[in-house]
Design a protein around this ligand. Structure first.
Ligand code: ATP
Length: 587
């Protein structure tokens, strides 16, 4: 078959495939759905599990310097006070004062307008004052009943001349929504009403622990997995006999009461995260131990961690590690970008933060982030819990012992100056140095933090293709295929008997299926023409199909092994099949 350029696929087509084939369903669909919540069906939950397994293997199990953790979702509420989530984990929220009373994230109002049908309608009438007036008095009543000019059409006469000159659709929307004589308003993209001033809205879900509904029993569903890692830092370090640099990884559910969950599973209220807190020595400790801190340059070799790395090398190392994982799992390097947050975008305690952004069909958006968070988190927990979060570093103490008084004084002067240059006090610097000279410090942290659901969406978007094929007779056909990486694909191998009415052939295929099923998730399909069976597997991303046909039994004992992406089939002996599939699937 000849292959032709495929039409660009939209998110709608993917959403429909995901429902039809059992990847993702709307939560509580039989009751009309529940905004911001999603269910993963038979194939979706396999795919999600594969993403988490691959992350866990690469980030935790295959490394000697990362330990795992599975902490509880509901934790002592004091954790959220210490972390700052109780006071500052909020989004600016506005409510429509007009007809629809909708709540929206204030910073997303114009994005929602851009995506709305109302915008398209207004854009189509730009500069045509007469048309706009007719629309406000007619169709506008149904589409934008909250709009001031729809409710007060007499005002249209006063702004008629201005309506002729406006060339910007946003400006037009504001003009039509602003009541006569009042300052410009923020209009509701849903009904045209006026939005309230933004107010902070805390995103944590509250619950009550115990039988008494008292404010003292309020607890929260965790909005991130990271804080449990900090709270368990000492337990993990001591029990696993680790010392910085080492990390703790966790995969699990997080909950955020997002004001406007949107873009399918991109922003949900219940989602899963895969996070590592990688604890490192402060740069000052590295300097005392190694005599210097390795500078991060264009040519720094980041393939293997080194003892003289400071936070900059460690941070960049984790950015590179995450990119290696993404590419290994099927996202091509040109499908995402590295966005280095600018100094004024960084949280006050962060030294750097890189967002890895993926080109989703709805725009380039954050897939995951890698932040250098200094010692902020552990310091806060030390302060709030009264428990020490310091580590005692024997080699550091010994290194300090070897310094002369002059060398110590020079080191102190240098560090105080550096801290002051970063806006910290000399007093704080001196307390830190005194502890450091005793071999004690609070570790700093690098935090690679990814979302499982966003990752699944990026992988599905990247994998989806509608291929236009032309057969030997010149007939056009569309092949829908998910080019998922074998490690991520929910089903690894489809096994088919060519026909089902030849017991010997059927049983032979069945035996192969049983054997392969012990190694990977396989699918048995005996119904329909073989071409249709291949297509059904292509559509769900199954990378390989094995068919037992007449030649298997009558000639050479070989089966066909078909590749999803090339659609090529090769004959392979049953004895070689497992070894070959292991190479192709497990890598
Ligand atoms: P955003 O700016 O998109 O709200 P964030 O910067 O608040 O994200 P983090 O707190 O850094 O996100 O969370 C780490 C990762 O968790 C994100 O990169 C994303 O993959 C995932 N994540 C965060 N919020 C959600 C959500 N509401 N739905 C799905 N995934 C999420």
């Amino acid at each position: 078959m000849e292959k032709k350029e495929a039409p660009k696929s939209s998110l709608d087509a993917l959403v429909s495939l995901c429902k039809r084939r059992g990847f993702i369903f709307q939560s509580s669909e039989i009751y009309g759905g529940f905004a911001g919540f999603w269910d993963y069906g038979p194939l979706g939950c396999e795919m999600k599990r594969n993403i988490k397994d691959s992350w866990w293997r690469f980030t935790v199990r295959d490394r000697e310097d990362v330990e795992g953790l599975d902490a509880s979702i509901i934790m002592h509420p004091a954790i959220w006070k210490a972390s700052g989530h109780l006071d500052t984990f909020s989004d600016p929220m506005s409510m429509c004062k007009g007809n629809c009373r909708k709540l929206m994230r204030a910073d997303q109002i114009w994005d929602l307008f851009e995506e709305s049908a109302l915008r398209e309608t207004l854009a189509g009438m730009l500069g045509e004052a007469g048309k706009i007036a007719t629309w406000c008095k007619g169709k506008g009543k149904a589409v934008a009943p909250g709009l001031y000019t729809v409710q007060h059409p007499e005002y249209l006469e006063k702004i008629f001349e201005k309506l002729k000159t406006i060339t910007d659709v946003k400006e037009l929307f504001i003009l039509l929504a602003t009541p006569e004589g009042e300052p410009e308003v923020l209009p509701c993209p849903n009904c045209g009403g006026v939005m309230t001033e933004p107010r902070p809205f805390n995103l944590m879900f509250k619950t009550i622990v115990g039988p008494v509904e008292d404010p003292s029993n309020v607890a929260y569903l965790r909005p991130e997995t990271a804080q449990a890692i900090f709270a368990d830092f000492s337990n993990v370090m001591v029990s696993s006999r680790q010392m910085p640099p080492f990390g703790i990884g966790q995969v699990g559910k997080s909950f955020r009461n997002e004001v406007t969950p949107r873009n399918y599973i991109f922003r949900s209220r219940e989602f899963e995260q895969m996070e590592v807190e990688f604890f490192i020595k402060p740069d000052e400790a590295v300097e005392l131990l190694c005599g210097h801190v390795a500078p991060l340059t264009e040519t720094t070799d980041l393939s293997e961690p080194q003892a003289d790395w400071g936070w900059e090398c460690w941070h960049k190392y984790w950015v590179e590690q995450r990119k290696i994982w993404l590419v290994k799992n099927g996202l091509p390097e040109d499908s995402f970008v590295e966005y280095w947050q600018k100094p004024d975008e960084l949280a006050h305690y962060a030294r750097a933060c890189v967002d890895i952004e993926y080109r989703f069909p709805f725009g380039v958006q954050e897939l995951e982030g890698i932040a250098a968070r200094s010692d902020f988190d552990l310091s806060r927990h030390q302060e709030h819990s009264g428990k020490s979060m310091e580590v005692f570093d024997e080699p550091l103490k010994l290194a300090v012992k070897k310094l002369s008084d002059e060398e110590k004084a020079a080191f102190r002067a240098k560090v105080v100056a550096e801290w002051e240059a970063r806006g910290k006090t000399a007093e704080a610097a001196n307390i830190f140095i005194d502890r450091l000279f005793e071999g004690r410090y609070i570790p700093h942290v690098i935090e690679p933090s990814a979302g499982v659901d966003r990752m699944a969406l990026a992988m599905l978007c990247n994998a989806y293709e509608e291929q236009k094929l032309i057969d030997e007779k010149g007939k056009e056909d569309i092949r829908t295929v998910l080019h998922l990486a074998p490690a991520i694909a929910p089903i690894k191998v489809g096994v088919f008997p060519l026909v089902k009415n030849k017991p010997e052939l059927y049983n032979f295929a069945r035996e192969i299926f049983k054997k392969l099923q012990r190694r990977y998730n396989c699918f048995w399909d005996e119904s329909g023409a073989i071409g249709r069976r291949y297509r059904r597997q292509d559509e769900i991303g199954t990378p390989f199909c094995v068919t037992v046909d007449f030649d298997t039994l009558e000639k050479d004992g070989t089966v066909t092994l078909r590749d999803r992406d090339t659609m090529q089939q090769e004959r392979i002996s049953v004895d070689d099949l497992i070894r070959r599939l292991d190479d192709l699937i497990l890598g």
